[in-house]
Design a protein. Structure first.
Length: 122
């Protein structure tokens, strides 16, 4: 009998229910993922990600009824980075952003020049 390689497969646990997590390929098709080690899974999905150990035949048996044919082992990039669209001053003003009226705001990560006493009085 052939030896079955065990994959660490991410799942979602809700109460007593454990569900297989499915992901999407760049072309939009759903896929299941498996990791060769618990460390590889934690590195990509975080240490709090729940997982089960499954062999490839079991994983294929679980995903086949869902129409999922693609299995990805040790994925490095699951999706392209999302880039937020630029917001124009007119669009921000229309959305009710008070800073859109030309009020200067400090750059992110830079301290303001007001002293602590001035901040407390405001």
């Amino acid at each position: 009998m052939a030896r079955v390689v065990v994959w660490h497969v991410p799942v979602t646990v809700t109460g007593r229910t454990t569900s297989l997590r499915l992901f999407r390929l760049r072309d939009g098709r759903r896929c299941a993922v498996g990791f060769s080690s618990a460390g590889a899974l934690a590195e990509l999905l975080g240490p709090e990600q729940a997982a089960v150990e499954l062999g490839e035949p079991a994983l294929r048996a679980l995903t086949a009824p869902l129409g999922v044919e693609k299995l990805v082992l040790d994925p490095r990039l699951v999706a392209a980075p999302v880039v937020a669209p630029a917001v124009t001053a007119a669009a921000a003003a229309a959305a009710g952003d008070p800073s859109a009226g030309g009020a200067a705001r400090p750059a992110a990560g830079r301290p303001t020049t007001r002293s602590g006493a001035q901040l407390q009085r405001r």
